[in-house]
Design a binder for this molecule. Structure first.
Ligand code: GAR
Length: 190
């Protein structure tokens, strides 16, 4: 069985990348990571890729004159990698509609809320401030509007009394690490 080829785009810590690396380490898992690309140099996610012997590159958006030039280089790198599916994993750069449409149904994202609720940044702070009883995380296909698109998988967690953004983030993150590989498996086996 040919494994689905993944490119993983990161901007930082890369713990979701790690969950995909760990899943792909199982030869029975129906996907493999062919490329890791970070738009930020010297981040922990790049070390994780190196440890796993995965080809990794930095495409620093600050070196480009505008989003189109940045994305042209990103597209060329993704094409070179022959990726079937691009996984955004803590990739904190907005992508243009042109880029998103080029990768339509081959581009997925993980977001730390129960979408369509709490799109954008500072999710956990906002969830706590609103007094929500539950939060969670979502893996979804990417569409041009930020944090929108068909939902592939969600996990729900309780908001506990006394939660801070950090304690809630940790509870949500543990679920992210479960559902991202599950979503990739679902796509690979569809
Ligand atoms: C994760 O919680 C991910 O859901 C979130 O950033 C974190 C990255 O952590 N992504 C977004 O907020 C995207 N809008 P990681 O680098 O350890 O995977």
């Amino acid at each position: 069985m040919a494994r689905l080829k993944l490119a993983v785009l990161i901007s930082g810590r890369g713990s979701n990348l790690q969950s995909l690396i760990d899943a792909c380490a199982d030869p029975e898992f129906p996907a493999e990571i062919v490329s890791v690309i970070s738009n930020v140099p010297d981040v922990q996610g790049l070390e994780r890729a190196a440890m796993a012997d995965i080809s990794a590159a930095v495409i620093d958006h600050r070196n480009f004159d505008g989003r189109e030039a940045f994305e042209a280089t990103l597209n060329a790198a993704l094409d070179d990698s022959a990726a079937d599916l691009v996984c955004l994993a803590g990739f904190m750069r907005l992508l243009t509609a042109e880029f998103v449409n080029r990768w339509r149904d081959r581009l997925i994202n993980i977001h730390p809320s129960l979408l369509p609720d709490y799109k954008g940044l500072h999710v956990h702070e906002r969830v706590i401030a609103a007094g929500e009883a539950f939060s969670g995380c979502t893996v979804h296909y990417v569409r041009p509007d930020m944090d929108s698109g068909p939902i592939i998988k969600q996990a729900k967690v309780p908001v506990e009394p006394g939660d801070t953004a950090d304690t809630l983030a940790a509870r949500v993150l543990a679920q992210e690490h479960i559902i991202y590989p599950e979503a990739v498996r679902q796509i690979a086996e569809a």
